[in-house]
Ligand binder design. Structure first.
Ligand code: DGL
Length: 278
């Protein structure tokens, strides 16, 4: 019998940081990933629009009969998680709570920094989640709108990226946080630059990687985990943007040579046309 896959969605390539961890921790599972590269970034968009786009991606994955949905995007988690959880009859996991829990566990001085898109920072979801569990914690939030375009254009190791990261984090550096949550799944691609600016004494939290720890627990809890078998795993990637750019970033980041990437048009996502090749 064909394995039922886990679905992941993001506005672009950011969720691949979650996918990488998922492939490592859950080697027996099949995954379908969709990145809405054509409409990225989600960060500056109004909440209602992010919700609508997240539904488009979700419906596409549901047609593929996924058994669990990971919203591998903080902006989409902030905008749409409560609604998706209420409506869908499969487990839905967002990235904000796992990242918040990890930050609380890590901080020694109760001073936590959060970086994310404008949408995520404006939503205040990280701050709410952290102070709800640990009221005496100081949370310092900073939107970094220039980071995602650098990553989507595959310039995340460039001299420009170094300059942008240095400038964007100056304010946060002064707050003397000991823990910094990378509250956007794109940001782990900038990890060396972020660590360099914040200094070695600051522990970086990768909210996506933390999420996979919880997914692993949930798969066991719902008795949904795949066991090792002869049945091959499927790893399929879909993008609404350029297949070549997606492949370039994904094969490099995931260290995979053979990647199955297909383009899906927005018209197909919206159900305006029935089928492409999928
Ligand atoms: N990767 C996404 C996140 O975690 C969003 C990036 C964007 O589209 O602005 O928030």
């Amino acid at each position: 019998m064909k394995k039922q896959a886990i679905g992941l969605l993001d506005s672009g390539v950011g969720g691949l940081t979650v996918m990488k961890e998922a492939m490592k921790q859950l080697p027996n599972e099949s995954f379908y990933y969709i990145g809405d590269t054509a409409r990225c970034p989600y960060g500056p968009r109004p909440k209602e629009q992010v919700k609508e786009f997240t539904w488009d991606l979700t419906k596409f994955l549901l047609e593929k009969n996924i058994k669990m949905l990971i919203i591998a995007c903080n902006t989409a988690t902030a905008a749409a998680l409560p609604e998706l959880k209420k409506v869908l009859d499969i487990p839905v996991i967002g990235v904000i709570l796992p990242g918040s829990r990890a930050a609380i566990k890590t901080t020694q001085m109760n001073r936590i920094g959060i970086i994310g898109t404008e949408g995520t920072i404006l939503s205040g979801e990280y701050k709410k989640a952290i102070t709800k569990k640990q009221a005496n914690t100081s949370v310092f939030s900073q939107a970094c709108p220039k980071f995602v375009p650098l990553i989507e254009s595959n310039q995340f190791s460039s001299a420009i990226a170094k300059k942008v990261v240095t400038e964007s984090l100056q304010g946060l550096r002064k707050q003397k946080v000991d823990t910094l949550v990378m509250g956007c799944t794109h940001y782990p691609l900038l990890r060396p630059l972020i660590q360099n600016v914040m200094g070695d004494t600051v522990t970086l939290i990768d909210s996506g990687a933390e999420t996979v720890n919880e997914v692993s627990v949930l798969l066991d809890y719902y008795d949904m985990a795949e066991e090792k078998s002869e049945q091959p795993n499927e790893r399929k990637f879909y993008t609404t943007g350029s297949v070549n750019m997606f492949k370039e970033i994904a094969s490099d980041w995931l260290e995979l040579n053979e990647l199955e990437v297909e383009q899906v048009s927005i018209a197909r996502l919206k159900g305006i046309i029935d089928n492409e090749r999928t």
